[in-house]
Design a protein around this ligand. Sequence first.
Ligand SMILES: [Zn+2]
Ligand SMILES: [Zn+2]
Length: 136
Amino acid sequence: MTHYRGSCLCGHVAFVVEGAYNNVTNCHCTTCQKVSGAPYVTWVEFPTAHITWIGAEPTWRTSSEKGERGFCPECGSTVTFRFLGSDATDLACVLFDDPSIFAPSDELYTDSRQDWAVLNERLTHFPKERAFKPKT
Ligand SMILES: [Zn+2]
Ligand SMILES: [Zn+2]
């Protein structure tokens, strides 16, 4: 089974994930922008049960009526997103020791993209949420 490791900036929050991931997505929604301080966040989605916290767990905070997000209480790094009630959790791609493994396949919420944040023309674009759930 493949294992992927990662951590926040300070290392307080750290994780190992095993097995297959689902979607890798650039999300341009305004909540991702605010929570990260960046024009978009690249998320990698795993089954929540496959994530093991080997350092501290992130601190979770409800970010909208639909979702909650986790961050490092020590350094403030954006770590996770999940839809309320979902059995999947997104991890911020660049927290992995080797983020190059996780190439995005689509871009979401392009309606709220910053004009100067250039879309990758090789990826599938959705104005809001993904219109379908591709099987990988
Ligand atoms: Zn930290
Ligand atoms: Zn988002």
